[in-house]
Write a protein of this length. Structure first.
Length: 133
């Protein structure tokens, strides 16, 4: 094994040790990085100095946020952020249901679309409320 291979093994081992207990990447991180990249590319093509500066700063903030999320040791909080993002995204993909929040406990309740005014019962606190679907 030559020195270059030994260096690669040590580097991978050190990186693995550094990332132990850290969150890593997820779908929300990819979206944040993509938005940062788009803002960076837009700032290269826009000639207005103020807009260019704002887009550049936005790209730095977004990319810094993505790096912070990746290196965070608070895995539970990052997992919850990602799951909230995925639930939000699924609401737009679901064309057959409407989502309401319970007026008492704020629990999200999914009901079928196109049924008119219906009485909805919250599964968590059993509160009844009427909404138009």
């Amino acid at each position: 094994m030559n020195w270059f291979q030994r260096f690669g093994v040590k580097f991978r081992s050190g990186l693995r040790t550094f990332m132990t207990g850290r969150y890593g990447t997820d779908k929300l991180n990819m979206v944040i990085l993509g938005a940062g990249l788009i803002a960076c590319l837009l700032s290269m093509f826009i000639r207005f100095p103020l807009i260019n500066l704002l887009l550049t700063l936005l790209s730095y903030v977004l990319m810094g946020w993505a790096i912070f999320r990746s290196l965070s040791r608070n895995v539970y909080k990052r997992y919850r952020e990602n799951s909230r993002y995925l639930n939000f995204l699924n609401r737009f993909k679901d064309k057959e249901h409407r989502y309401f929040s319970c007026p008492r406990c704020r629990q999200a309740v999914r009901v079928p679309k196109g049924k008119g005014k219906i009485a909805i019962s919250c599964p968590k606190c059993k509160e009844k409320f009427i909404k138009k679907t």
